[in-house]
Design a protein around this ligand. Structure first.
Ligand code: GLA
Length: 360
């Protein structure tokens, strides 16, 4: 029997950039998904998720054949069998998660990575964290069917305490960038709006297609290498806005990384807010609740705020001085109440560890 846990992530900045070859800057949060795997005497694979239910994984594993919550587990099993060339028959898999699903906090990558880590350990295969991230990515793309970039799986596997992970999503090079919020008197709040997002519903894929079309019209392999001036010359207004978000977001990531490297986390707020406005206006993936978090937090004195994750609901992050975090959180709660929105879930988050083995 082995037990592994994997964290959720927030994107500090660099949203909808990872399928355009640019740099992204996520960090892991201390809400985790724990997976325990035991061998069974028969060939069945039974998955139990606390508070959700029990399911049997269909055999043989076949992309597209599972549609419920268990498809993330099935996808990880499939990726392991394909990538590590090992049979995965005869397992009991228990899942306990403190990570809300559909909240833009990467619960799917957490479950895929935790299952893969546990299988790797149980089978003695010795895959590296990067190999596991790549297999988790295959599970999400090829089995679950979401055309995502590599950010979530790499963040979940490679994140380190006290650091954001700068991932070059083209080369997959990584750099651990110090993010010491406490020492700078800063607090980063996560605000889960409880508006559930679903990436499988097509809007995510549409954004990706638009970016690819814009790059193709500009004669580029990806938007990573395109300048703002060239983007502004695109004749189609929708493609122009989508591409404008991506190239300006890449510039924001680079600026935030420079500020963090020189120990100035208190100066990144305006860049986070600019990222949100770009996602809302140009990329059109925000929603009323996410915009409300940002405007309410800024009105109460936050240094910066933005939606995090793919959007269409989910969560926002708010950077504020620690002394003001209670006032900022209260303003978000009040504004949600007066707007008739569901009460959000708000908590402080700092950069946490990536996937790890749990001691018994
Ligand atoms: C989802 C995807 C990621 C990334 C983000 C948006 O989380 O899984 O690959 O594209 O959306 O930045």
């Amino acid at each position: 029997m082995v037990t592994w846990s994997a964290p959720g992530r927030v994107t500090l900045v660099g949203e909808h950039v990872d399928y355009n070859g640019g740099p992204v800057l996520p960090f892991a949060i201390d809400r985790r998904t724990q997976v325990t795997i035991r061998r069974r005497a028969d060939l069945r694979v039974i998955v139990t998720s606390q508070g959700v239910g029990t399911a049997e994984i269909s055999s043989p594993l076949c992309p597209g054949s599972d549609s419920g919550w268990e498809r993330y587990v099935a996808g990880a099993l499939w990726a392991f069998s394909v990538g590590a060339r090992r049979d995965v028959d005869g397992l009991d898999i228990d899942i306990a998660s403190a990570l809300p699903t559909g909240a833009g906090l990467s619960s799917s990558a957490a479950i895929e990575c935790a299952v893969l880590c546990a299988l790797n350990d149980l089978s003695g295969v010795d895959l590296t964290p990067r190999q596991i991230a790549d297999l988790a990515l295959r599970a999400e793309r090829e089995y679950v069917g979401v055309p995502c970039g590599p950010m979530d799986q790499y963040a979940v596997m490679l994140a380190e305490v006290g650091h954001a992970l700068c991932l070059d999503s083209g080369s997959l090079d990584t750099e651990q960038v110090p993010l010491h919020l406490d020492a700078a008197g800063l607090t980063l709040l996560v605000v889960n709006t409880r508006v559930r997002h679903a990436l499988g519903d097509g809007a995510y894929g549409d954004r990706r297609t638009a970016c690819e079309q814009a790059a193709a019209m500009l004669g580029a392999d990806s938007l990573r290498d395109v300048t703002v001036d060239r983007v502004l010359g695109l004749p189609d207004p929708v493609l122009r806005r989508r591409a404008h978000h991506v190239v300006t977001e890449i510039a924001r990531v680079r600026k935030v990384v420079r500020l963090l490297r020189s120990g100035r986390p208190g100066e990144i707020g305006a860049l986070l807010t600019a990222s949100h406005r770009s996602l809302s206006d140009d990329f059109e993936v925000s929603c009323a609740e996410l915009d409300t978090v940002v405007e309410a937090a800024l009105a109460a004195g936050a240094l910066g705020a933005r939606m995090t994750g793919a959007g269409f609901g989910g969560s926002a992050i708010v950077l504020c001085r620690s002394a003001e975090s209670a006032v900022v959180a209260d303003r978000v709660f009040e504004t949600f109440e007066t707007s008739g929105f569901r009460e959000p879930d708000v908590w402080p988050a700092g950069p946490a560890a990536g996937a790890r083995r749990q001691t018994r």
